[in-house]
Design a protein around this ligand. Structure first.
Ligand code: NAD
Ligand code: UDX
Length: 462
């Protein structure tokens, strides 16, 4: 029976996942650790608004269980040492250097975790891969853990996380499935059952899938590749709709009514963002290339290419519609987060569209209900397209959507926050330069309503 859990990594996965686990398993003590002391202090804050991950419902759960059976700490060694089970939930970003640069997953944080576990452990432990990892990573982890020479035994499980940001709490509480990959040995089976018993506190056992470790690791990359592929597929059709007077929303509805296709993940947009899709597909492409599967690599690479094309196409269309020049023009951005109901901005399409328009010397004014100005500048400066001074000259953020839109030549919707539908669009129109353009990168507004107010409206694929 597992009594003590340690989770390494207090990010968008570690924080919400362990909060829900602690909430559903009051008899288990869970400590979430992170090297980032500021992040841990924020998780321990008395103010709900300071919890570092914004997710609907998350702060309520944290406040119910924190310091009862859920703890946030920077003492990594102590938490590892006490734990019977350790989740590795650290980041695995795309490599920015050396071999595999721009494609492979950077596994330095995972390896560091494994080495810390190896160095500190004095009792047998189950180590769970919660991070998204290239297929066969468990082999490397096993090699590090099994060479400590201190007689401690480790079982390694793969338990990828399928939550989506913005709906994380619901996704965790009502998961479609939980996937556990483990070794086909008596010890492996015991470890699989220990983790299954934890999830069985709230997930029906028939939704807990058992596979070998490699299938589990690969299923996570595959799931994200298939989901992103659907978005690129509908986005490619959106380009065709714009040339033919077909309406992509109608096409999506018509094809989604076929139960074999299903109606989810068919919303055409400015492109997908987020920390997972691009990173995981690039990783998949890299693995295929490394194994000599060029055609397979090319097939999946196309999903990324269409996504880049879509962001570029959207920005390009803004410039050509605004009489081929945005130089010196104020452009209002509604939204900076990569989707609604999150403060996460990793790979947000907004930053690429902003970058493209700033190349043409546009003045961009952003409003987002959850993203800070500091974060926005971190994002745009990371692209390295121009000096930080120029970024702060051409890109600003305000805390009021009406101020963002005042005197703007165009309003661009980058995130589908519900509150954008409720804005007083007449007031916005009255205070804009004329003609007043709206570029709706999320198709959240109604063309007829907007045109009735006098806007020149353009959605995606219509
Ligand atoms: P994140 O960057 O938000 O959090 C990772 C945390 O790990 C950071 O706070 C970092 O400081 C910490 N960390 C790194 N190395 C450490 C170490 N050695 N010791 C202690 N702490 C350490 O990342 P995330 O979004 O939570 O993603 C984590 C993993 O889960 C990734 O592999 C990602 O692909 C996967 N995943 C993410 C999502 C998502 O929606 N964000 C969904 C499913 C899977
Ligand atoms: C994704 C996967 O959905 C999740 O299962 C995995 O664990 C992590 O990666 P996430 O990136 O958090 O989750 O959000 P998701 O809802 O998948 O959206 C990703 C991006 O695609 C967003 O920018 C979103 O706006 C966009 N999107 C999504 C579309 O453009 N159209 C759609 O139909 C759906």
């Amino acid at each position: 029976m597992i009594k003590n859990i340690c989770c390494i990594g207090a990010g968008y996965v570690g924080g919400p996942t362990m909060s829900v686990m602690a909430y559903k398993c009051p008899e288990i003590n869970i400590t979430v650790v992170d090297l980032n002391a500021k992040r841990i202090a924020a998780w321990n804050s008395d103010n709900q608004a300071d919890i570092p991950v914004f997710e609907p419902g998350l702060a309520d759960i944290v406040f119910k269980v924190r310091n009862k059976n859920l703890f946030f700490s920077t003492n990594v060694e102590e938490a590892i040492s006490k734990a019977d089970m350790i989740f590795m939930s650290v980041n695995t970003p795309t490599k920015e250097y050396g071999k595999g640069k721009g494609m492979a997953a950077d596994l330095k944080f995972i390896e560091l975790c494994a080495r810390q576990i190896a160095a500190v452990s004095k009792t047998d432990k189950i180590v769970v891969e919660k991070s998204t990892l290239p297929v066969r990573t468990a082999e490397a982890i096993r090699s590090i853990l099994n060479n400590t020479g201190n007689g401690v035994k480790f079982q390694i499980l793969s338990n990828p996380e399928f939550l989506a940001e913005g709906t994380a709490i619901n996704d965790l509480l009502n998961a479609d499935r939980v996937l556990i990959g483990g070794e086909d040995s008596p010890e492996g089976k015991v470890a699989i059952e220990e983790l299954t018993a934890i999830y069985a506190h709230w997930i029906p056992r028939d939704k807990i899938i058992h596979t070998n470790v490699w299938s589990s690791e690969l299923s996570k990359l595959t799931a994200n590749a298939f989901l992103a592929q659907r978005i690129s597929s509908i986005n490619s059709i959106s380009a065709l709709c714009e040339k033919t007077e077909a309406d992509v929303t109608e096409v999506a509805k018509a094809i989604g009514a076929d139960t074999r296709l299903g109606n989810k993940f068919l919303t055409a947009s400015v492109g997908f963002g987020g920390s997972c899709f691009q990173k995981d597909i690039l990783n998949l492409v890299y693995i295929c290339k490394s194994l000599g599967l060029e055609e397979v690599a090319e097939y999946w690479d196309q999903v990324i290419k269409i996504n880049n094309y879509q962001k570029h196409r959207f920005a390009d269309n803004i410039i050509s519609t605004l009489y081929n020049t945005v130089s010196g023009k104020k452009i209002a951005f509604l939204g900076w987060a990569f989707k609604k109901n999150t403060n996460d901005t990793r790979e947000t399409p907004a930053m690429y569209v902003a970058d493209f328009l700033m190349n043409d010397l546009a003045n961009i004014c952003v409003y987002d209900p959850k993203v800070s100005e500091t974060q926005m500048y971190i994002d745009i400066n990371h692209l390295n397209s121009r000096t930080e001074e120029d970024n702060s000259k051409y890109l600003t953020m305000v805390s009021d959507p009406y101020i963002a839109c005042k005197n703007a030549h165009a309003v661009v919707i980058l995130t589908e926050w519900d509150q954008f539908k409720e804005l007083d669009w007449k007031k916005i129109h009255d205070n804009m330069m004329k003609p007043a353009f709206v570029f709706d990168g999320r198709n959240i507004l109604n063309r007829k309503d907007m045109e009735a107010l006098g806007f020149k409206y353009q959605g995606i694929g219509k």
